[in-house]
Design a protein around this ligand. Structure first.
Ligand SMILES: C[S@@+](CC[C@H](N)C(=O)[O-])C[C@H]1O[C@@H](n2cnc3c(N)ncnc32)[C@H](O)[C@@H]1O
Length: 373
């Protein structure tokens, strides 16, 4: 969607999708035919999730491997009763995770991509992290009553903290690699060279994917000092470290920090990926202002996130933030656009990706905004 005038006046072309019509589109069913199926799927969503988690924990996907595996052998490897185990394997076929040829089971393309541990897109840490989050969702009734976050993990030793952080980094990285590819595959060819500033870089997946595509660009990795100190992070980015500058700071603090060393209006592309949802309005407004201050006059500001008005996934993400952050929330597209306009970024377009996230691209001048698909 190409924005042309003042962004606040743009009717967002992204559909405001309700659960019903989002599911209708996925299922390709007419409205009246899908309504009970919607209800039923919504009601029993936990069954799919439980089956997926259990199969992964039992090692089914690695046991099947590339060559496939006989049913009895698979049950033996997973420690299951033969009859009940085979019933469960047939269920996994029904869910599209396995396929059966005679007595032998094989991975579906989906499982081979995301669930086998030697796949480049393996999501093992994401599964482990989601399981931890289940505990926070059990706190939803009490949280709604209290009007504040109740779920918090126990006090940790420095070693436990480092370990927990590495798990968080790993799970963030697995998802970020998929979403980074989606974003930069779509993103219009940037100028021949320049600097990308990644605010809240996390695992560095967005920065790394970008720098590997555009070899004449340099990057600034900006995150909390704790993140930048993580050894695993530097191991992951070793191949491109010579093109990265490090900026360890708390972006919400006003005290002097590495951030001040980045000259104003010096970056051609400033990325805020999945960071605006970490805090409340006033803090996010300040964050947008900081991002805008470093964006070169004809540069672009990119906000990539889940938005509350982009379908049911964004709506659920808001509750995820309610339960798992101090004061984070999911913003609507107009809320973020208003903040951008206040910083002088009056031109924009939005793009929703297949895996559920959305990118908002902002520019000060219409000519700077690239033509896109
Ligand atoms: C959800 S992660 C997103 C990481 C990455 N941009 C992505 O899209 O995968 C949010 C990141 O922002 C960082 N972050 C959150 N609040 C911050 C702050 N006040 N100052 C600096 N970094 C912050 C976190 O440490 C974390 O790495």
């Amino acid at each position: 969607m190409r924005g042309s005038k003042n962004i606040a006046a743009i009717p967002w072309a992204l559909e405001e999708v309700s659960i019903t019509n989002a599911r209708q589109r996925e299922l390709n069913l007419p409205p009246e035919a899908s309504s009970y199926l919607d209800f039923s799927d919504l009601l029993t969503g936990y069954r799919q999730s439980s089956a997926l988690m259990l199969a992964h924990d039992a090692g089914v996907f690695d046991a099947v491997g590339q060559e496939g595996c006989e049913g009895p052998e698979l049950c033996r490897r997973c420690g299951w009763d033969l009859l009940y185990g085979e019933r469960f394997l047939r269920c996994l076929c029904g869910l599209g995770l396995l396929r059966q040829e005679d007595t032998r089971y094989f991975l579906s393309p989906f499982a081979a991509t995301y669930l086998r541990s030697d796949s480049a897109q393996y999501q093992g840490k994401t599964l482990a992290f989601e399981k931890q989050l289940y505990r926070s969702w059990e706190q939803l009734p009490a949280t709604l009553g209290a009007g504040k976050r109740l779920f918090a993990t126990e006090e940790k030793t420095p070693e436990e903290l480092e370990q927990a952080f590495t798990t968080y980094l790993g799970s963030m990285d697995e998802a970020a690699r998929i979403r980074a590819k989606e974003l930069w595959d779509w993103f219009p060819l940037p100028a021949t060279g320049g600097t990308i500033l990644d605010l809240g870089s996390g695992s560095g997946a967005f920065l790394a994917d970008f720098l590997l595509r555009w070899t004449s660009w340099r990057g600034i990795f900006c995150d909390l000092p704790l993140v930048i100190a993580n050894n695993e992070l530097h191991r992951r980015l070793a191949g491109i470290e010579h093109r990265i500058s490090w900026c360890g700071c708390n972006l919400l603090a006003d005290c002097p920090s590495d951030f001040d060393a980045i000259p104003d209006k010096s970056c051609d592309l400033v990325l805020l990926s999945n960071i605006i949802h970490c805090q409340e309005n006033a803090e996010t407004t300040a964050l947008m202002r900081k991002a805008a201050s470093k964006t070169r006059e004809p540069g672009l500001l990119v906000v990539h996130d889940f938005f509350s008005d982009c379908g049911w996934r964004g709506a659920l993400y808001d509750i995820h933030m309610m339960l798992n952050t101090f004061n984070g929330k999911t913003y609507s597209l107009p809320e973020i656009s208003e903040m951008a306009v206040a910083c002088g970024f009056c031109h924009s377009f939005a793009k929703q990706f297949r895996s559920g996230s959305t990118a908002l691209i902002f520019a000060r001048n219409r000519e700077t905004l690239p033509e896109t698909a």
